[in-house]
Design a protein around this ligand. Structure first.
Ligand code: ADP
Length: 476
């Protein structure tokens, strides 16, 4: 089964890791406790055995141990259950002569006897008739380099077993309870921490293409979720802008197409209303053709922009001598300039060669020079120039026309944008010329920039990656 909530998944992981940690800590603590208990007992057994062996060495078979309880209390810190102290001879027989001896209580193992005869002490855990085993130390009593007796001390491990069991019981009760509390706490915290995600999901559900004004709630804490909300909100602002531009674009395109179509329809309807002379029909057809030209150039422009947007603008790239092309287009536009009483001159003309599409480039230059002439009053001047600085060619189209404000300069490359004055002008276009020119420049790896002062004129500069050296050698 796949768990779909991150909070629940986190809680499971947390509980799993906590269980393993607690289990590890619990078993380590239990191991340490068990080791420390048996170490204490072995140390006490050794101390008691040493004292007793010393006494037995001094007193021989007349050895009578002091109070065993007292001895253990001294070395262990408390009196153990069923302490035992026994003296054996070297045959392994208990010293039955000792008065009050609980002889035979603990057996002497053959191994302990064998070790003792070699002068070595032996620790053993042996089963007793009771429910708990005994810990036993057998130590040889050595006198004059000879083993004369064996001292055996032992105590019941009942207390050790009980302490260990109590520890296990406490652990068994406390650890699951701690685990449960920590898991519930973890789950509550995970849910609280992820609450903003739920809120964001709900808010995001309400946002759609039709309603992009909604925004996700930002907590202002600066944490990961707050940063995510901020990033998504920024994205929504961009999407909103882009949707608005698209809607505006469609509305503008429809409007621009509708105007010539309405004129076309009106003219044809009027012509059909009553019989006309062939000249009159020719006049109507000529006027209709003009409107159709307007429509087809608009549609062509829109198609070019759509292709450029999708990155599929077809470019027939060939080596292009920019200075030659600029002179050629300049010559074409001279008549138009003269008609407007605007002089058309050349400034610096440095040779430059690019890889470009000739037709598209011609269109770019025509748009810019046409604008310069169109928006320059009679008596003004348009200057074309070309500079090449090694890697880039800079085509300049300057005019002494009406100029543009800062705000207008920011907007003139937007589709269908026209400065109010230009909009009212009869010769003004649809506001697509500069967008198309910019798209062509960008498709060639370049860009168009504008510098302008209202009332004084404008300079449009087209910068493109170019090969200046090749061009210079080709022209020389
Ligand atoms: P249009 O086809 O209407 O000329 P453009 O995209 O070529 O559209 O230009 C957009 C607007 O930029 C124009 O309407 C005009 O107001 C302004 N513009 C363009 N070139 C110039 C210029 N050289 N001087 C002043 N204004 C200009």
């Amino acid at each position: 089964m796949r768990i779909r909530s991150i909070g629940t998944r986190l809680t499971f992981w947390y509980a799993g890791i906590l269980s393993v940690t607690l289990l590890f800590l619990g078993s380590t603590a239990y191991g340490l406790l068990a080791y420390s208990l048996s170490h204490d007992i072995d140390s006490a057994l050794e101390a008691v055995a040493k004292v007793s062996a010393g006494q037995a060495r001094a007193q021989g078979s007349a050895f009578f141990p002091r109070d065993v309880d007292e001895l253990f209390r001294h070395y262990l810190g408390f009196s153990p259950l069923n302490p035992s102290l026994e003296l054996f001879d070297t045959q392994g027989r208990p010293d039955l002569n000792r008065p009050g001896s609980p002889a035979g209580k603990l057996p002497l193992s053959p191994k302990a006897l064998k070790d003792a005869l070699r002068g070595v002490s032996t620790f053993e855990t042996i089963q007793s008739p009771g429910p708990y085993p005994f810990r036993v130390l057998t130590m040889p009593v050595i006198k004059g380099g000879r083993v004369i007796n064996l001292v055996q001390v032992g105590i019941s491990l009942e207390n050790v077993f009980k302490t260990r069991r109590r520890f296990l019981l406490i652990m068994g009760a406390v650890l699951p309870l701690g685990l449960l509390l920590a898991t519930v706490g973890g789950w509550v915290f995970a849910r609280r921490a992820l609450k903003p995600v739920d809120r964001m999901t709900q808010a995001a559900r309400r946002i759609s293409g039709e309603y992009l004004a909604g925004r996700l709630q930002e907590t202002g804490t600066g944490d990961e979720l707050d940063r995510l909300a901020k990033t998504l909100n920024d994205m929504l602002v961009r999407l909103d802008d882009s949707f608005r531009q698209t809607r505006q674009f469609s509305a503008d395109a429809a409007h621009e197409l509708q105007t010539p179509l309405t004129i076309l329809k009106g003219e044809i309807e009027v012509a059909l209303r009553s019989p006309r002379s062939p000249e009159e029909y020719r006049g109507v057809l000529n006027s209709s053709l003009e409107e159709i030209d307007r429509i087809s150039s608009l549609v062509e422009g829109l198609l070019l922009l759509a292709r450029a947007d999708r990155g599929v603008l077809r470019l027939d790239l060939k080596p292009l001598e920019l200075h030659e092309l600029l002179e050629e287009v300049g010559a074409q536009m001279r008549l138009l300039a003269e008609n407007q009483a605007v002089s058309l001159d050349y400034g610096a003309m440095e040779p430059a060669s690019i890889q470009g599409d000739r037709e598209h480039f011609k269109r770019l230059l025509l748009n810019l020079i046409d604008n310069a002439i169109k928006y320059t009053p009679a008596g003004g001047r348009v200057t074309l120039s070309l500079r090449c600085d090694g890697k880039f060619a800079h085509l300049g189209i300057s005019d002494t026309g009406m100029g543009l404000t800062q705000d207008e300069q920011k907007q003139i490359f937007n589709r269908f944008y026209r400065v109010a004055e230009a909009r009212s002008q009869s010769g003004g276009g649809a506001g697509l010329g500069l967008s198309i020119a910019q798209s062509i420049a960008v498709a060639h790896g370049g860009r168009i920039e504008v510098e302008s002062t209202p009332g004084q004129g404008s300079t449009f500069t087209v910068s493109l990656p170019a090969d200046c050296k090749t061009a210079i050698s080709a022209s020389s």
